[in-house]
Design a protein. Structure first.
Lengths: 186, 186
DNA sequence: TATGACATGTAATCTGTTACATGATTAG
DNA sequence: CTAATCATGTAACAGATTACATGTCATA
């Protein structure tokens, strides 16, 4: 009925808007951090903000402080926060692993400020169980490439190593959260 | 004058067409291997093939063998092969590292069959020199995040680890090619 | 002859890129 | 006063996704 799919950029914006910001602020975040992947071009951000506002997920208010340039500050609405939380807590599908991990990592990065450490741990645990089958998949593919050019085999091996490294990171991150839990934080 | 930019999917198709194939063959490759990232949906592939043909980079011929279904086989033209080679040998820009490595890895995977082992080695060497500054960048960013939520810091650390693992792979791949070189293989 | 897999495509829609346009404010 | 930067946008265009449409061949 009422939910036109929100693209990755939209969720990135919702996540950043947990702290109220202007479009220009958001552009700066995108272009100064490793979130560049989500594109900081004005032609993407401003229309995206308008769409989110039209859907009632954010609300913009024009600042009118003395001597200030016209600046519109956007804030999450309750509905927007709910959408964001729902997206973050989505189960991790095998397809999420195939199509690059940017999306999953964005969800993880936002999980703690948006929901809490428990949600972060949940994502990590489900990553931990989703990764081994996927790795086995890739290793099987490598077997079928014995006759392929060296560069093709090496490229696949690069992918395998990167998922292995991701797996190790996952276990490390889990241990961080479990120590934190003992310490009584959050 | 005559070169409308070719998107990643276009180059992926050119690369696969070093071995003449039909659109359906290509779709199967995309959906059965880890090249799924380049989308194997018919609505993307068939228009892309038409564009490449319009640009004179590939040429399709309808197979008419007895009892066969209508199948169009596409082949690289000399112009298409030249374009592919030019793309593969492009210098590796810092921006290529930021925007995910899919593109670089595709170029590497295709480098050997398209050009030869020397081209593969060249890509690896330029990766080896491009990576350390980028890694330093990421580590600096991590320093500025000391006050950020744990999950945000961990996410960045995941990125760092994945680039470290890529760096190790690069050195490994270089050693593979250098051994091969000694062995006298092309 | 009806079903399902093969093989190719088209149409509507959405999003992002690129490049440009606009106006306000500060620095020299 | 002029130039640069801040801050926001718009317009034209290309490409991808989704869903549907078409026709052929093999099998039951």
């Amino acid at each position: 009925m009422s939910s036109p799919k929100i693209p990755a950029l939209g969720y990135a914006l919702l996540g950043l808007l947990m702290k109220p910001s202007s479009g220009y602020d958001l552009r700066k975040v995108f272009s100064s951090t490793s979130m560049k992947t989500y594109s900081g071009s004005p032609g993407a951000i401003y229309p995206a903000l308008q769409r989110l506002q039209k859907q009632g997920l954010i609300r913009g208010t024009v600042e009118e402080g003395a001597g200030l340039r016209r600046r519109q500050i956007f804030r999450l609405t309750p509905k927007g926060l709910a959408k964001l939380k729902a997206w973050i807590t989505l189960p991790i599908a095998p397809a999420d692993l195939l199509s690059g991990l940017k999306t999953v990592m964005l969800r993880f990065a936002l999980s703690e400020p948006a929901i809490g450490a428990a949600a972060s741990l949940a994502i990590l645990k489900s990553l931990e169980t989703a990764l081994p089958p996927h790795l086995q998949n890739l290793r099987d593919q490598l077997q079928t490439l014995k006759a392929a050019p060296t560069s093709a085999r090496l490229a696949l091996e690069c992918g395998i190593r990167s998922y292995e490294s991701l797996f190790e990171w996952t276990r490390f991150a889990i241990s961080v959260y479990e120590k934190e839990g003992k310490g009584g934080l959050s």
